[in-house]
Design a protein around this ligand. Structure first.
Ligand SMILES: NC(=O)c1ccc[n+]([C@@H]2O[C@H](COP(=O)([O-])OP(=O)(O)OC[C@H]3O[C@@H](n4cnc5c(N)ncnc54)[C@H](O)[C@@H]3O)[C@@H](O)[C@H]2O)c1
Length: 244
């Protein structure tokens, strides 16, 4: 345990997924207590983790979960918006309106709802950090991912406004844009880990996919004291994907 987040309390969404789980573990490893939110309360065997069921697209559920976390910890200092809906694939004529709406509701509106409930806790504690997990596909396009890219570009934009709106309250807002990461989500989309590696590794100059732990390490930096002067910006942890 490094202890750089000792005494801090965090809320992380999508914490049952591979990246969310790794971020939660990294926050706990640095000394924070973490409310781990997902559609189904994630399974964590650690007294520093408070698992909670919460659909981030449901304003009432978000308010209740954040209140529960804040009351349990007595404070909130860090919010990680990591939840993302399954990505509908296809061009705009192929994506169903309900799938389009759900992606925006979870990936973008969910982050807004979380911020809306968490910022008052930050104010009470004299500051805080919002970390939005975006994507390299919020910066550049790839065929068949219209709503995913739009939602992540929206999240990068929301981050900048959050940073400006709350800077005077000692609240930072940053986003983190991973390239392809070998998670269950990517494996399911490609059909297998081997197929994911074959299709995606060549798109990254480093010649491989990232790991959830590498993304968690970047997240830990962004929410920690080493990034105290970093706000309103995005960090690409994409193996060089967007450098081409
Ligand atoms: N894996 C990658 O290659 C990659 C690349 C770039 C960005 N990202 C982003 O990183 C984040 C995590 O990705 P992952 O690969 O771990 O995905 P994942 O699908 O494994 O995890 C996402 C988690 O969000 C949860 N979730 C979905 N809808 C929710 C809702 N309405 N309320 C609460 N939780 C909900 C899911 O249950 C899941 O546990 C996502 O925001 C994703 O877009 C991933």
């Amino acid at each position: 345990m490094t202890g750089e987040l000792a005494g801090k309390a965090a809320v992380a969404t999508g914490a049952g997924g591979d990246i969310g789980r790794a971020i939660t573990a990294a926050l706990v490893g640095a000394g924070a207590r973490v409310a781990a939110l997902d559609l189904v309360a994630p399974d964590f065997d650690d007294p520093a983790v408070l698992p909670l069921a919460c659909d981030v697209a449901d304003a009432g559920a978000v308010e209740a979960a954040v209140a529960r976390a804040g009351e349990a910890f007595g404070r909130l200092d860090i919010l990680v918006n990591n939840a993302a809906a399954p990505t509908p694939l296809g061009d705009v004529t192929q994506i169903a309106p309900a799938d389009w709406a759900r992606s925006l509701e979870v990936n973008l509106t969910g982050a807004y709802l979380m911020c809306r409930s968490v910022v008052p806790w930050f104010r009470r504690g004299g500051g805080g950090v919002i970390l939005n997990i975006a994507s390299q596909l919020g910066h550049v396009a790839t065929p068949g991912r219209a709503v995913y890219s739009a939602s992540k570009a929206g999240l990068i934009s929301l981050t900048r406004t959050l940073a400006l709106d709350h800077a005077a309250e000692n609240i930072r807002a940053v986003s983190l844009s991973p390239g392809a990461v070998m998670t269950g989500r990517v494996i399911a989309q490609a059909g297998s880990a081997e197929a994911a590696e074959a299709a995606l590794a060549p798109l990254h100059p480093l010649g491989r996919l990232g790991s959830a732990e590498e993304i968690a390490a970047a997240a830990l930096f962004l929410v920690g004291p080493g990034a105290a002067f970093v706000t309103g910006t995005d960090l690409l942890a994409d193996g060089g994907y967007t450098a081409r």
